[in-house]
Design a protein around this ligand. Structure first.
Ligand code: HXC
Length: 260
């Protein structure tokens, strides 16, 4: 497909998407999200791809937020009837394959929220996370008031959301649990792709169920989550990959997963 606001490529079994609107620090406009959703849908359907890496082109920004210039004249009724921001979540919510966000530079507002919609966040040393929406007379609208609380706790999330100016550096984001790991700026994307490739080398049904089970921890009471996990665990014994994985262990060799 032809894209103008993103760039895509495939490395091994990993689909890579770069947000590519450098002059606007990758501000997230409608057309960019259309392209991103299209690319993600293609990767999710591609049998040879087991995981996706999402990053910003260059190192200044992952994304500096929703496009403020595009948003400024919107009104409530149109937002409501046309479902403003639905476009942001409809494809990402549907992804079966893990998405890793590789955040170099700014992840602000909708950019921070987009990173948090991903399954793992890795940060470059100069990454900055923030929710500055309050400075514009609005609030986060794509999960910032919810996912941030789960990731870093109420006190820090409240401070970020209410002041708009309390930002997290990469180190702070890692210490707070928002970010899984920090890498040097130049090697961040490469390292994220390496880990995505490692994930892609596992049995896809088990990877996808693992993602579903972890996500269930945010949706369900513990007893339901545990029951859901147990059922998925039991079900995986219906896959060839479970037989292969365990046979390979017993035979002291590497498993050859066929994703079935
Ligand atoms: C539109 C943006 C933008 C944005 C930056 N630009 N962020 N355009 N929407 N969110 C544009 C600038 O207008 C400018 O364009 C160019 O990118 C470079 O930005 P500068 O401000 O000149 O760069 P710098 O001085 O380095 O400052 C970087 C910055 C600042 C601190 C990141 O750009 C900034 O504060 N941006 C806005 C951050 C923000 O408020 N995000 C939340 C948005 S609301 P020109 O044409 O002048 O060169 C949001 C709502 C989410 O995300 C709710 C639901 C999803």
């Amino acid at each position: 497909a032809e894209y103008t606001l993103i760039k895509t490529r495939i490395e091994g079994n990993v689909g890579v998407v770069e947000l590519h609107r450098p002059k606007a620090l990758n501000a997230l406009c409608t057309d960019l999200f259309r392209e991103l959703n299209d690319a993600l849908a293609r990767f999710d359907q591609d049998k040879n791809i087991g995981a996706v890496v999402l990053t910003g082109s260059g190192t200044r920004a992952f994304a500096a937020g929703a496009d403020i210039k595009e948003m400024k004249d919107k009104d409530f009724v149109t937002n409501y009837t046309k479902g403003f921001l639905n476009l942001w979540t409809e494809q990402i919510d549907r992804m079966r394959k893990p998405i890793i966000a590789a955040v170099n530079g700014y992840a602000l507002g909708g950019g921070c929220e987009l990173a948090m919609m991903c399954d793992i966040i890795y940060a470059g040393e100069k990454a900055v996370f923030g929710q500055p929406e309050i400075n514009l007379g609005i609030i986060p609208g794509a999960g910032g008031t919810q996912r941030l609380v789960h990731a870093i706790g109420k006190a820090k999330a409240m401070e970020m959301v209410l002041t708009g100016n309390a930002k997290l550096t990469a180190k702070e984001a890692e210490a707070a649990g928002l970010v899984a790991r920090i890498f040097p700026i130049e090697s961040l994307v490469e390292e994220a792709i390496k880990i995505a490739q490692e994930i892609a080398s596992k049995s896809q049904p088990s990877v996808q169920m693992a993602k579903e089970a972890v996500n269930a921890a945010f949706e369900m009471p513990l007893s339901s989550g545990l029951r859901f996990e147990r059922r998925l665990f039991q079900a995986l014994f219906a896959t060839k990959d479970q037989k292969e994985g365990m046979a390979a262990f017993a035979e002291k060799r590497k498993p050859n997963f066929t994703h079935e």
